[in-house]
Design a protein around this ligand. Structure first.
Ligand SMILES: [Zn+2]
Length: 140
């Protein structure tokens, strides 16, 4: 799976900015596009995202959750090629581990905007930071 997002910027300008900032500790802020990542501690470019809500419409009406036995069934699925198994199992292992990440899922359309919650995603490690207004709520 490729990156589920892109960084819109002029690469040459960013490289010059980052050369002078790479060894600085820049406090994360909702008013910056470059700061020190709370996940990997790299100082670099962050991409910002708005959040939209997509109502869960499965039979239970609950978020999808997998356990270890579900993971094992995926590992043992005889219909998967080796590449497919690696991709699917790798994805769900990250989910089961509790890791917060952004990746491709089904396309959706929603006009339900989530106010006062934003994501910033680090260019270096691609791990998301969840912001409630101007405060980080993940990672804590
Ligand atoms: Zn990072």
């Amino acid at each position: 799976m490729g990156a589920a997002f892109s960084f819109a910027h002029n690469a040459a300008i960013v490289l010059t900015e980052l050369d002078s900032m790479a060894d600085q500790n820049i406090e994360p802020s909702i008013e910056r596009t470059i700061f020190t990542c709370p996940h990997c501690q790299e100082t670099g470019r962050q991409a910002w995202f708005n959040l939209y809500a997509d109502q869960i419409r499965n039979e239970q009406g609950l978020p999808l959750r997998l356990g270890e036995s579900d993971l094992q069934r995926l590992r043992d699925n005889p219909t998967f090629s080796e590449d497919k198994r690696k991709q699917v199992v790798g994805y769900w292992e990250r989910v089961v581990s509790g890791k917060v990440f952004v990746d491709r899922w089904a396309p959706c359309y929603s006009e339900l905007f989530v106010a006062n919650v934003s994501l910033s995603i680090c260019h270096a490690c691609e791990d998301p930071v969840i912001w409630l207004r101007d405060q980080i709520i993940h990672p804590v």
